[in-house]
Design a protein around this ligand. Structure first.
Ligand SMILES: C[S@@+](CC[C@H](N)C(=O)[O-])C[C@H]1O[C@@H](n2cnc3c(N)ncnc32)[C@H](O)[C@@H]1O
Length: 318
């Protein structure tokens, strides 16, 4: 893994703090539970494909670039990285119909997004890198994807072994480490993250620290309907999702972002979540949205809370 790209960008003091966390997290990868992911990563020798399409279906490689034996290995590798939550991808001719139709989210963000050419971009909670691949099409200087989940580290690196896009970097760090990158990023994506944290305001302040003046923040969050600036605090789970803390109304989300110091805080999209966007598939064969809603009343979650919406907000660091 390339761990040194950061040297040329960041001061020694922050570099040393980041490196310490990186070293700890590299140790995570040695855990027995990750051995199968690591083995799968190296099962096909790396090469740069000539077939790369960074559109709604991110296509990496063509079928004829692999031998029949390598195709068998490919299937095993792709199976090892199940569940594929974000996508869709086409990998050497195999279509990965992921749980989320992530291109829908990307296409909502695109109309408000600053030009990414030459910019430094953070994708917080980057998962398998689907959005990083979409960003690469716009020629940023670099994209750092932050995600502390080993499975996604490996699935990103598997795809990148063949895409070999320059400037894409996956860090096993989280939103809580953003302050180690002071005034660093031009554009920060924080999508599907804030409701998973006990203190969303502190997280937004860390993001604020990480951004250059005039930088653009894109936030996307699970939310509940309502006009008041309020957040639901579920008894235990919300829509069966563990680790859900505060589920805001749209105005509450705007309020959080403004009170964290951002300006020009503007909601640009809101929609009730539907099974067109999130559903169980062969590549993510587990419970999905349909199972999270009350069987007799889709306006409620199984716990009896208001069913989820998704809210999109853009903002600027002054
Ligand atoms: C709900 S998914 C959202 C993925 C993607 N950003 C999107 O909007 O489709 C949450 C992601 O955050 C990652 N994650 C978990 N803890 C995190 C943390 N502390 N900081 C950043 N990301 C985290 C998970 O591994 C997962 O990929």
């Amino acid at each position: 893994m390339d761990t040194d790209y950061l040297h040329k960008f960041i001061k020694k003091i922050e570099y040393d703090s980041i490196q310490k966390i990186r070293n700890e997290r590299q140790q995570w990868l040695q855990r027995k539970s990750n051995h199968k992911f690591d083995k799968a990563l190296h099962a096909i020798p790396a090469f740069q494909t000539r077939h790369l399409v960074l559109e709604d279906i991110v296509s990496i490689g063509k079928s004829e670039e692999l031998s029949p034996e390598q195709h068998e290995t490919l299937q095993q590798t792709l199976d090892t990285y199940i569940p594929w939550r974000k996508g869709p991808f086409n990998v050497f001719g195999t279509f990965i119909d992921s749980e989320w139709q992530s291109h829908m989210k990307w296409n909502r963000v695109l109309p408000v997004l600053d030009a990414l050419a030459g910019k430094r971009v953070a994708d917080i909670g980057c998962n398998n890198g689907y959005y990083m691949f979409r960003m690469a099409a716009y020629h940023p200087e670099l994209v750092i994807g932050f995600d502390p989940t080993a499975r996604y580290y490996y699935s990103f690196h598997f795809l990148q072994r063949f895409a070999q896009l320059p400037g894409l970097h996956f860090e096993l760090l989280g939103i809580e480490h953003m302050h180690y990158y002071p005034a660093f990023f031009d554009t920060v994506f924080c999508m599907g993250i804030l409701y998973h944290h006990t203190d969303p305001i502190s997280m937004l302040r860390k993001i604020y620290t990480s951004m250059k003046p005039k930088g653009q923040l894109i936030v996307e969050s699970l939310g509940i309907p309502g006009e008041e600036s309020m957040a639901l605090f579920p008894q235990k789970r919300y829509a069966k999702v563990p680790g859900t803390w505060f589920v805001p109304t749209q105005s509450c989300l705007v309020n959080w972002i403004r009170r964290a110091g951002f300006r020009q805080v503007t909601p640009f999209f809101a929609k009730k979540l539907t099974i067109d966007e999130q559903r169980s598939t062969k590549w993510a064969p587990y419970e999905s949205l349909e199972d999270f809603l009350a069987p007799n009343d889709p306006s409620l979650t199984v716990e009896g809370y208001p069913a989820p919406w998704r809210f999109y907000v853009q903002a600027r660091k002054p």
